[in-house]
Every structure is written in C-alpha cells, then in structure tokens.
Design a protein around this ligand. Structure first.
Ligand SMILES: O=C(O)CCC(=O)C(=O)O
Ligand SMILES: [Fe+2]
Length: 358
C-alpha cells in the first residue's frame, strides 16, 4: 500500500509540492458532506444505467471495469468543474490561472474486475518533426481530479500508482514484467478524497474482490486555452431544466459561505462585522444623505475586502452589511444610537482582531 498523505485543501503549497514531485496528490476537504452525498447519488444512478445497458463482459475498460465517458451535462458532475476548493491548487501547480475545463467523467470497477496494466492516460500528441521533444519532456499539459465516491481500499480495487513516472519517456512495462511491489503500490483513501493527478503518471486498476462497486468521478482541465467560464457554460447544457439552475445557485451560495479553516472563518467574520458596523452607522446617522451612506459603505467594503482574500468574503460581507444597514435605517436616529453603540463596540473588537491577525 502507498503511504498517502491526505493534504487539507487549504494547504495549496503542500499539495503543489507533492503533486510536482510524485505526479499526484490526495486532497481532503474538497467536497462539503452534502456535495459528496449529491455526487454519490448521481454516480450511482449513472452506474446503474450504464451497467444495465452494458454487461460486465462488454465493459469499455476490460471485464467489469468501466469508464463513465463525458458526464458534464449532469449537475452532479458539473458541480466538480469549478470547485473553489480545488481551483487554487490547479492554478498553483501551473503557476497560472489560465486553464480550461475539458469535461467530467471518471471510472469504476465492479466485483470481479481484474488487475489492469500500468499506463499513462495520455500519449505524445506532438510527433515532433525534429524528434527533439515529446510530451513527457515538459510540465503537465493536462490534470485530472478524481473524486472518490466510495472508499478506496485494497479489497475493492483502489488504483495503484508509480510515483514520479510522469516525466519519463520510458513506457510502463507489461503486467508480467512489472515488479511485484508496484502491484501493491495502491492508493487507499476515504470517500470524498480528491486525487489530483498528472495523467501521465503511471497507474492502473487493481482487482475488485469486494461485493460492491468502486467508483470515482472526475473533472479534467488543460493548461491555457481560455478562462474557466467556457467550461461553466458547457456544463449548463439544458436551458429548460429549472431545477438544474436552482440546484447550481444553491450550490454556489453554499460554496461562497464554505470555509475550510477556522482562522480564515474568523477573519471573514471579523471583516464582515466591520463592514456591517460601517453600514449600520451609515444607515443610522446618515440616512438623510445617500452620498454619505454610499461613502461609508464603500469604506467598509474596501477595508473588509482588504482584510479577507479567501472564499466566502462576498457572502459574509453582503449579509452583514445588509443586516447592519437595514437595522440602522429602520431604527432611526435615537433608538438607533443605542444599537449603533453596541454594533460599534463589536466593530471595534473586529478592528482590533483584524489588526492582530493581519
Ligand atoms: O478505475 C480504475 O481502476 C483505473 C482506470 C483507468 O485508469 C483507466 O481505465 O484509464
Ligand atoms: Fe487510466
């Protein structure tokens, strides 16, 4: 079994380092629990559909081993294309935010699937006429993030990897020539783990000796091309599926509020309080003067946004500023002054807290 380090998704630097060295990295905390359940339900539904249509012996990756094919039209896969918990890691690996989603799919094996030969998921596409370089000479052009929908264990055919093989021109050996320890170089990890991998890194399935399906979905992207906006629009394929848009909207709101690290949550809360405070004072004291209200709101926004550079800032800041502004405006001058005092004290604490942290 491989000694896998599960890197928290907020630790972008560590994830990048492990990826660049080994060709893949296992990341935890990428999907919120509800997102995992949602993705699992979608994956099981499609596995059910595909396996009823195609028997084990006709499976497209060998006996009882299937590749999902393109599934980005399902919201459970579309959700994986632009996760704010994973994009910073991909951006950091390439040291570049210009990359393009290529779609979403994945692989699964069912009980009875045998070991799969080692392979890269990419061949050299260049055929260099000067025969000087090939795809393995350069940094990865293509990254796939696999999302484990079930726990990956030795018994259910977790994938094996040969770390560090992503940049070799050598091609992997046939199964019978493979050293025995490579067959046991298995990546075991809990459901919900995201495995970010350079698709050139040698890997292969192992036998599924359990009595259940072993499923992973995926989202891929290649370097350059355009912004991720294009991938987002392809993921919204069906314009009449209102529930699709509704689910996506709710998903986006949840992502905006999601924070994976308590220090960042504190920073966001403090910045949000600061912003709410300025909005409240604006609402209370300057309700007669729209310009002053806008100015004080802008000040809160600038200070607040400077204080937070991560995740759910827009949602937190908006919620607190709207609340602060509304309470201030509703209560008016005299009563408002009392509440403004309390809000102001909170704001002072927030300011002090921000000063200490940032
Ligand atoms: O799902 C697996 O076990 C690995 C499948 C795989 O890497 C492939 O078919 O390309
Ligand atoms: Fe593969």
């Amino acid at each position: 079994m491989l000694d896998i380090e599960l890197v928290p998704c907020a630790n972008v630097e560590r994830a990048t380092e492990i990826f660049l060295r080994g060709g893949f990295v296992a990341v935890e905390g990428v999907l919120a629990p509800e997102q995992l359940v949602y993705a699992q339900e979608g994956a099981r539904r499609v596995v059910e559909e595909q396996t009823s249509a195609t028997s084990f012996d006709k499976a497209n990756r060998g006996y009882a081993r299937y590749s999902f094919g393109q599934q980005v039209h399902h919201p459970e896969w579309a959700m994986l294309v632009d996760l704010p918990t994973i994009l910073p890691i991909i951006g950091s690996i390439w040291d570049n935010d210009d990359f393009t989603a290529t779609g979403a799919g994945g692989d699964y094996s069912l009980p009875g699937a045998d070991v799969q030969h080692l392979h890269s998921d990419m061949r050299d596409p260049f055929n260099d006429p000067l025969q000087q370089v090939n795809i393995f000479d350069m940094p990865t052009p293509f990254i796939v993030v696999n999302y484990l929908m079930t726990e990956f264990a030795e018994v259910n055919g977790a994938i094996r990897f040969v770390p560090g093989t992503q940049r070799t021109r050598l091609r992997p050996p046939a199964l019978e020539d493979e050293p025995e320890h490579w067959k046991r170089s298995i990546a075991c990890a809990p459901a919900g783990t995201a495995i970010v991998r350079d698709v050139r890194c040698w890997h292969g399935g192992t036998p599924n000796r359990s009595d259940a399906a072993r499923i992973m979905t995926s989202a891929g992207c290649c370097v350059g091309g355009s912004s991720i906006g294009r991938a987002r629009s392809t993921s919204m394929r069906d314009p009449v599926d209102v529930f699709f848009y509704l689910r996506r909207l709710i998903g986006r709101l949840r992502e905006m509020l999601a924070v994976s690290d308590s220090r960042l949550l504190l920073r966001q809360l403090l910045a949000a309080l600061l912003m709410g405070n300025t909005a409240f004072w604006g609402g209370t004291w300057f309700i007669g003067s729209l310009m002053a209200l806008l100015a004080i709101l802008a000040l809160g926004l600038v200070v607040g946004v400077r204080a937070v550079d991560y995740g759910g800032r827009v949602a937190w800041l908006s919620i607190f500023s709207i609340l602060g502004g509304m309470i201030g405006a509703l209560l008016g001058y005299l009563e408002g002054a009392f509440y403004a005092l309390i809000w102001g004290i909170l704001g002072l604490v927030a300011n002090a807290g921000l000063g200490a942290i940032i």
